[in-house]
Design a protein around this ligand. Structure first.
Ligand code: CTP
Length: 399
């Protein structure tokens, strides 16, 4: 089930170079499960053909207010009623002006006047046009009336300028739409997170383990919950409080953790492997306490099961996020992990004496096949929120 399953979105496309990105918005909305009807303004139709939008939305594109045939199929009032949300992306300066003035001189502005649904507007225009007093006044008027403005972003513009005026990227727009409907980008989804170290017993009183505090994984579980998901947190032995609304299952060893993960996998949409699972365990667990009678003691170790790789082998399995803690060559190791273990994302951080384990701060860069995003250095809570937003965006992108 997509995050937007059966949501009815009326997408308005205005006359801006960014109109071509409107096609991507349609594709992503459809991939997320939404039902989409496209209204193209006369300006928009100069930049993108109705045929492209029809092919992507699976519906004829609406263009004319007064075309009897089109009105017979679905009139402007019906269209306005049908919509649960109107998203205008891109909105030109002209279109914003017409909306602000309350004009009903084409199908899109008329539908906006006639609808009871919320209206979101993603402006796209030259930075000087965006900064112009008239545009500022129009924007103010629209916001006063409850229109939700998304962006614009700053950056290079088609006209050669650089500054505010770029349309917000399609994946981000669709993530905002999902948040609008679900109260959170992960509403209705089930997330499982592993966190903390594991302990591999040597004898009844000793074990092998590592310095992981579990804080990053706990922060991810809390952020997923804030984003509306149902969350199961599979924790290794850590001294942390369970985040509110999160279901926690405590485990000790890698084998334990694997068994708990596999028995909770059914219905899981997203799996985040944040645990620092011990890679090796004693080949034998001694039934009694080992005595110090030998001068040198040798320990035979064997590999533990790889939880992430095991989940990645499951057919029709969840969207998978792995972590990589490295002391050097972050990107190379992270990309290698993507290929070797098969997760959809790898969140990588450099570990050393000053950050990573047992700290409230971390610095993450997230890699996927064909892209990456640096989430910067921040508290683990802030990074977890950034990671969850990115997961929602990537899931929408992958359909
Ligand atoms: N992981 C796992 N089960 C294991 C080992 C690791 O699920 N037995 C997961 C971790 O939770 C993390 C990722 O795999 O998401 C880390 O991959 P791994 O290759 O173990 O990382 P490093 O230990 O950093 O790798 P390397 O041995 O290549 O240095």
């Amino acid at each position: 089930m997509g995050i937007l399953t059966n949501r009815r979105v009326l997408l308005g496309i205005g006359g801006s170079v960014a109109a071509y990105k409107g096609a991507e918005v349609v594709r992503l909305l459809k991939a997320a499960g939404a039902r989409v009807r496209v209204v193209l303004t006369a300006g928009g139709a100069r930049f993108i053909t109705p045929l492209t939008l029809q092919a992507l939305s699976g519906r004829p594109v609406h263009e004319d207010l007064l075309d009897p045939a089109a009105e017979a199929a679905m009139g402007h009032i019906e269209l306005a009623r049908w919509a649960e949300l109107v998203l205008i992306a891109p909105a030109s300066a002209n279109l914003m002006g017409r909306l602000a003035a309350g004009l009903a001189d084409d199908l899109l502005t008329t539908a906006c006047l006639a609808t009871a649904a919320p209206v979101m507007v993603a402006p796209a225009m030259n930075r000087h046009m965006w900064a112009a007093a008239a545009t500022r006044a129009n924007r103010h008027t629209l916001e006063q009336r409850g229109v939700i403005l998304l962006g614009p972003d700053e950056g290079d513009q088609a006209c050669g300028d650089s500054g505010p005026g770029r349309m917000v990227e399609p994946a981000e727009l669709v993530a905002t739409v999902a948040r609008h409907f679900g109260g959170g980008p992960l509403a209705g989804l089930r997330v499982m997170v592993t966190a903390g170290p594991t302990r591999e017993a040597l004898d009844p009183v000793r074990y092998l383990s590592n310095r992981s505090s579990g804080r990053m994984g706990f922060a991810v579980a809390a952020a997923a919950r804030r984003a509306g998901a149902e969350v199961v947190l599979v924790a290794g032995p850590v001294a942390l409080a369970t985040p509110p609304g999160v279901e926690r299952v405590d485990t000790v060893s890698a084998a334990d953790m694997l068994e708990t993960v596999m028995s909770n996998l059914a219905g899981c949409d997203i799996f985040v492997a944040a645990a620092a699972v011990a890679d090796y365990r004693p080949a034998q667990r001694r039934p009694d306490k080992i005595k110090k009678d030998a001068a040198i003691m040798e320990l035979a170790l064997e590999r533990t099961p790889d939880i992430l790789a095991t989940v990645a082998m499951v057919e029709e399995g969840p969207f998978i996020v792995g972590f990589a803690a490295e002391t050097r060559d972050l990107e190379r190791h992270a990309r290698d992990k993507l290929e070797r273990k098969g997760p959809d994302l790898v969140a990588a951080n450099l570990v050393g004496d000053k950050q990573g384990f047992d700290s409230d701060y971390n610095a993450l860069t997230v890699y996927w096949r064909g892209g990456s995003r640096d989430l910067g250095r921040a508290t683990k809570g802030e990074l977890a929120d950034g990671l969850i937003t990115l997961i929602a965006e990537r899931m929408i992108e992958q359909g």
